[in-house]
Design a protein around this ligand. Sequence first.
Ligand code: THG
Length: 367
Amino acid sequence: MAVISPSRRLRRTPFSDGVEAAGVKAYTVYNRMLLPTMFESVEADYRHLKDHVQVWDVAVERQVELRGPDAGRLMQMLTPRDLRRMLPGQCYYVPIVDETGGMLNDPVAVKLAEDRWWISIADSDLLLWVKGIANGYRLDVLVDEPDISPLAIQGPKSDDLMARVFGDRVRDIRFFRFDMFQFEGRDLAIARSGYSKQGGFEIYVDGTDIGMPLWNALFAAGQDLNVRAGCPNAIERVEAGLLSYGNDMTDDNTPHECGLGRFCDTRTAIGCIGRDALLRVSKEGPVQQIRPIAIDGDPVSGCDRPWPVFADGKRVGQVTSAAWSPDFATNVSIGMVRMTHWDPGTRLEVETRDGLRGATVQAAFWL
Ligand code: THG
């Protein structure tokens, strides 16, 4: 593989100097920004994530900030999840849909105050859609991308590392809640969340200038915890069934097809732009849906294009993420499968990069 040419269009992050010093071996591009994908090896990173604690540069999770009297109204226009009971201090995983009910993004919404929200986005240009809606409806709200960069602390020793830097009060943060903490005189929101199932936090680092000081403080405090630089792990996130927008779903899919129906309250999400479309399609229910699929045989290579899925020679779906799982001793994968073949135990064939393989629909993701 060739290297990536750096340029202004491919944004660095406040932590890129630390990531490079830690020996990053591979990047992907996400929201026009660098996202590390490997340090030692994907398997070594996986083992370390499950046993110790890692610091992840996830600045690519850009914030779309909504500020003003219509911020809450605008937020509800974007998602079929009912936000009426959401309080400041809470985070919600929210499908964002267009007027056809198609997925535009699957961010974490962070409610800072009634009139101030962050939308912590996945990889699509959501800022443009949100600005378009705000202006088109003449809403009284400011929409921009502030200089906020999430830094994730993930792994079983996350609480211990964070307590050393921010004090024992971090241990009291509940899942998908945040509280405010100080670092070098700056107020930072810290949430118990993150793109793994190993536990941990996300620090919404306010200001590029404190990025490296915070990075360095975490590494200095975590020496004896074996803290390392890490990144969203391609094996662990498939075991966990954490979806990747643009890979596992696109604007061609409804939230129900993505298995995100539990994050939709389409009847009561009054004002949601995709509400009518979703009410129409959800009457029948989806005809295809995301499924965990175990793929037989030796380790498969990563999935750089959808792999067709067949049953009895007929196409019934596709696999969009796959990896060898050391802990489950099988290839784990995420696929979109037609209703006729989505029941657990159904045998399928997947056209992988390494040839046709047998596969089995699983009852649940592995973690
Ligand atoms: N954290 C933050 N921003 C993000 C991500 C993140 N933006 C990009 C991307 N990740 C958005 N996608 C996801 C996908 C899954 C989850 C969060 C963001 C997630 N899901 C849990 C699950 O499905 O088990 C919990 C959901 C819940 O119970 O509410 O965490 O990771 N800041």
